[in-house]
Structures are given as structure tokens and as C-alpha cells.
Design a protein around this ligand. Sequence first.
Ligand code: ZN
Length: 87
Amino acid sequence: MERCPVCRAALNGAETCRRCRAELQSAIRAEREGRMLVDAALHRLSLDDTGTAERLLRRALTVHATPETRVLRRLVEAWPRRTVPSS
Ligand SMILES: [Zn+2]
């Protein structure tokens, strides 16, 4: 998180905004978790595991939605998928 979501002041890595004193720990944690989920989704995509990638992206969107994650989810939804052989 580069800027305070409340007042847009630069944060420079701080977890409390020095302008408006907003406590941003939980927002920063959500952002980090969302990014980890997107990374995991990209990893699953590289392994051709579109179903898991889609689930991870859906979770990322509930944790911390970004325009990039939304676009990625739309792409994955349109991804040609393999039919999973039933065992
Ligand atoms: Zn602020």
C-alpha cells in the first residue's frame, strides 16, 4: 500500500497514516494476502490448473479486490479448459 486509502497521504511503509492517523494494519494485511492469492493463482495457471486458479482469484477478490485481479479473473474464466478425465 503506497498511499493512505483515507486521505491519500504517502505512507512510506508506515502502518499508521501520519497525516490522518488511520490504522492500516488490517488493510495492509488484506492487500498482502490478496497479492499472495494472486501469486498462487498464477502459479496454478502455469501448471495448467485453471480450476484452482479461478478459485484462488475469487478468494483474492473477496480479500482485496483490485482492477488487475478482476481482469485476471475474467481472463481465467474465458481460458480454454481441458476436460478433466474422470477416474
Ligand atoms: Zn491518512
